[in-house]
Unconditional design. Sequence first.
Lengths: 419, 471
Amino acid sequence: MAIQKTLEEYGAQLAQCVRCGACQAHCPVYLETGSEGSVARGKIVLAASVLAGDIDLDERLQEEISLCLMCGSCVTKCPNQVPTDAIVAALRRRITADQGLSPIGKGVAALTGSPTLLKGVLRGAGLLSPLLFKKIPATSGLQLRFSPDNLKERTLPPIPDHHLFARLPEFLEGQPDKPVIGFFAGCAITYLYPAVGEALVRLLQAFGYPVSLPKNQGCCGMPALSSGNGPLLDKLATANLAAFADREVACILTACASCHGALAGHYAEKDGYRFDVPIVDIHAFLKQEGIIDQLSALPKWPQRQRVTYHDPCHLRTQGITQAPRELLRALPQLEYIEMADAGLCCGLGGTFTAAHPELSRAIGDRKLAGLEASGATLIASGCPGCILQLQDIINRAGLPIRAVHTLELIHQAITEQHG
Amino acid sequence: MPNNQILQLLKDIVGADNVSSSIADRLTHSFDATQQQFLPDIVVHAGTADEVSRIVRLANTERIPILPRGAGSGFTGGSLPIKGGIVLVLTRMNHILEIDTENLIAIVEPGVVTGRLQQAVEKLGLFYPPDPASKDFSTLGGNIAECAGGPRCVKYGVTRDYVLGLDVVTPAGDLIHTGGRTMKNVVGYDLTRLFVGSEGTLGIVTRIILRLLPKPEACKTMLVAFATIDGAAQAVSAIIRGKIIPTTLEFMDGSAIDCVRKAMPLDLPLGCRAVLIIEVDGDREALDGQARKILEIIRPLGVLESRIAETPEESEAIWKVRRSISPSLRRLNPDKFNEDIVVPRSKVPDMIRALEAISTRYSVPIVNFGHAGDGNIHVNVMVNLAESGMENKVQQALNDIFRTTVALGGSVSGEHGIGTAKASFIGMELNPATMATMQAIKKALDPNNIMNPGKIFPEAVSETSPSSQPS
């Protein structure tokens, strides 16, 4: 059984679109292109036309369907909550099933197989470690997101020598009366930002929780979903469910919004691919643990930097917007300021950035005005993908601002107090 | 001229990237908020007035139907290419060209989204009042074509009251200028007013000069629950008689309340059969007094409860009730006939009673809400067209609704326009000589009938239902 619904199974939801146009106000792609095919309403018409046999999966249709960040903004603002992100994913799978993977979908295989492409990567070596892809497994979503062509113009964080699983054991003891907490790390935290993963584990330990970090977990499948690779998504979901199946954890934490969106959202679309424990975002978890009062009680630092927050789409659309802000406001070492357009998509959008690099940058640059006006020197977020993109936007604009994960700041507040 | 030659000429004008005849682009420009579909032959995105002029000239020479399109969010079919031809998309022409804080005017291109202009002028302490429900996505070009209204029109008037001048490409392809930058201007005919509300049938607007106001310092929102719709309707008249013009005066009838109640918990007293949402704006210190005065005036009219929002959050909670109506309507029945009749303010109680009688007569649910302050009622006949004989029943009900509206001195459309949806009803309101005068104007400006043909005036329109839309 396939994990995802087919386009036909979305027929009833397609009919729910009343073509009102409200999605135009919220679609980051439409705001750039001004073209009906970019926005949810146009894509719904195309999807319905495919089902009615009025259009083939031709090149122009494929291009329009590729113009979606799957950010879900249109879904939350739709009067009838038509799930356009899931419908686009279903249409992309249909295109892939019919015509094979796109060049980007094939990017990974090509990278290791083609000397020309490898040369391309090496030409861009000033910007990234050419060893990056040797360290990251082929099944990782990072491979799908950052094709070598795309990497040439992107600034990346320095690649750590040791990934998360080399730094931490699979199981960490805690107090015997506390339930075991599972941690789904995801590719970006594992390979690019292992310090974020470590911070999460240390915080859990400070609360006395035993932590389970199964080594056989893999990519969440969000980039596979985004590139229409149904079988890969299927495989990854099955593997991740199996990785946690015998761990007896009370819940599974994520510190990556996209992973949360996959595990808590897209996996659950069909029965049979559901975790039997809750998938909990780290911000929501920490708030529930009462850490906000603890942080508020810490003595304020004399010199405080100004921090703002960027809403990752996959937290915002799940309604997780207040917990991260409350956490940041409580921090003793920082002064929180809300920025304009905090909820605008950063423009990364899974494989979108690889397929449409210029558009991705243009969408990202819309963050700059609000960010600069805020006067913040730090921008926190709850998604490594957003952090990567934000830092790239900031660097290209030459601003003295650092993009960080909320967890790093919370960890700093607690450890520097202890230390 | 063969199609590919026309395509090439269009590409020469706007560039190859801005012309498409692919089936995907034709499909994504085949609809508007009426949910009907008609395929255009060619989709063109224009970037300048000169391009618009050259495209229209070509269309006129070749007798190709052409129509402008902004957000495509109209409710009456104004942007449906019912005769095929060229859809000319104006979303690239989305620049705010000037905001003049000394003369209080803004000059914009037609593709500017209304809400974006409002944000821009409000940053400078100025105000563009017209606020159609679609303001976050509908464009000023579209607002002008339909003469859009909105809740604030009670106090501030509609789009036409803010348009000082226009650049328009006529159906012959000529660029004309109407009005100007000044409040006063009586040189020649008032062509500005002719084009506002002309539904894209007389020309394509390429530049707009708008009048602005100083932004009111503050506003205050109130919700008042009534035991009867009569009480609410009388309250509207009483407030106006009391020499207070609120910014907005929105109402919901019992059927609208029931409808929202089914969708979400609603904090309203039992027995509440009508709600008024009243907003006043102006100097901060004057608002409390105004709000108190309004409540005093309406107290004897069966008020069950009244609430004054003290914070923006409380105000938002009140507006949420109003905004929840539309999305909840479909719980009643799948098919919606959304009309926007308008009657003189004093006739609102009569109209509501008539609507209740019509609802009973044809046993179809009719949900009413809207802008009580200016007599503009959104009448939603909710039916299931799959039921046998329903199509006929709806037409009879709509006929009765429009006849009653006109008999009460009202109009069949307050702010949505006629398009294709109401073309067959305008004969109830316009006598033959009036209609002939309008058609003479159309004919004089557009002798070849290329500019958004088949709209406003009744003619045989084959309204095919879209094959691609599952019902």
